[in-house]
Design a protein around this ligand. Sequence first.
Ligand SMILES: NC(=O)c1ccc[n+]([C@@H]2O[C@H](COP(=O)([O-])OP(=O)(O)OC[C@H]3O[C@@H](n4cnc5c(N)ncnc54)[C@H](O)[C@@H]3O)[C@@H](O)[C@H]2O)c1
Ligand SMILES: N[C@@H](CC=O)C(=O)O
Length: 498
Amino acid sequence: MTLLSTTLVKRLADPRLFRQYAYVNGKWTHGEGGREESVYDPATNEAIGHIPLLEAKQITAAVDAAEVAFVRWRALRADERCERLLAWYDLIQANREDLATIMTLEQGKPLPDARGEVEYGASFVRWFAEEGKRTYGETIPSHIPNASLGTIKEPVGIAAMITPWNFPLAMITRKAAAALAAGCPVIVKPANETPFSALALAELAERAGIPDGIFNVVLGEPAEVSKILCSEPRIRALSFTGSTRVGRLLMEQSAGTVKRLSLELGGNAPFIVGPDMDPKEAAYAAVAAKFQTAGQDCLAANRILVHESIHDEFVVQFTERMVALTVGNGLQEEVDLGPLIHRQAVEKAAAIVDDAISRGATLIRGDQSQAPGENFFMPVLLTNVTPQMKVWREENFAPVAGITAYSSDEEAIELANDTEYGLAAYVYTHDIRRIWKLMRALEYGMVSVNSVKMTGPPVPFGGVKQSGLGREGGATGIDEYLETKYYCLGALGSVSGS
Ligand SMILES: NC(=O)c1ccc[n+]([C@@H]2O[C@H](COP(=O)([O-])OP(=O)(O)OC[C@H]3O[C@@H](n4cnc5c(N)ncnc54)[C@H](O)[C@@H]3O)[C@@H](O)[C@H]2O)c1
Ligand SMILES: N[C@@H](CC=O)C(=O)O
């Protein structure tokens, strides 16, 4: 154990939640090839621990274990699986503070946000524990004489999950709870930047009585592990949350085994402000929608489109609110924005800002000499942003906001839809006709009107276009892990019994 991981352990009420091994078939597992990788606190760049990089045969062993465990897990009654998931939920809640501390140390987000994510992540476990009891089939009016027709729902099989570093806990539970409730074993490959939240979840799953081989966490070199998971025929479903670039790659790699795919990919959300809005109210909402998780959020409001009649006042209000945000180590009190995940993310953000300025954008605020450390990026506001700029075309995943003025609803719609992404869009206006028109015309999987918060367990979360495939959460989230089996019971005799 390194010196700093000892410090991490000292911060935890339950040090056994901090694990530096993979978790396969109910066992904490070393890498057999001796390869390891360090994990860093992005706020300080200090190593907080290390993880083993598993060998190919160890990943295959996780699939072997899941295959064996599947037989008994799928045979449990739905309410028996539900009990274990509820026990997991209770343990996550009971250990919320430790889970939040681990998350802040590996991801950097402020502690209150980390606590919020633990709560959010746990809520999916409870939701799917309940939904697992409602995987109804249907009866079908028969067109075949003396036959009865219908469907039943069955677990799809072993499900692999590849998850990102920006929400290291909730992006796992939103997938895993649905799969487990459906009767599927799960193999999770978390991001190497943030493995410890996933491993703490594994420790709690074990304590909750989730059997060996049903919840596995594999660690390794990402491209290597993902290739094995995608090409393994016994894995029947792959659920990925991450960038559109890697999503495309995994889709290609999964083609050979024709897997069920759920893809939650990048976003580049527009935030449209109508002419009837109070500029201050809308600007404060836009700041909240842009800067959460230091802008490293798939729902971040990257392209802010403001009606020309209120544009200037909106910019004044936005700036005032933005400069009041505190940037610092997420463990400190009253910090609004933590660090970016690593130095490359800071460099990418700086390049996006430079590109915008070189193409005619105006830098309103964003003095990087004020950054409190190597991986920090001060919030930036750019105006006169145009579709030719990277800040428009690329998901910046940083605290960089771009504002553009528009003159008509039609122009706002065209600008908002001018992207390969289609995850979420925000609309701020109180004009009901405009709300309806924009909501219908926006090519996005989710449209939030006059509300920054849009997510939660009852919601079908997901995107259109190159933001992904499928929906997580909600009444249909469990369907990603279920097959529909049609049956025809023939030669039953007639209804009258003849
Ligand atoms: N739609 C959503 O619900 C949602 C939620 C959170 C994050 N995201 C997206 O995730 C992205 C940020 O996360 P990220 O930087 O971790 O994404 P990423 O695509 O770089 O990585 C995601 C996962 O894929 C793995 N990976 C990376 N390169 C790989 C490769 N070549 N082959 C196989 N696997 C590989 C990583 O180790 C990680 O586990 C953003 O685009 C964001 O919008 C989407
Ligand atoms: N904020 C999103 C995650 C995207 O990065 C969510 O609520 O799922």
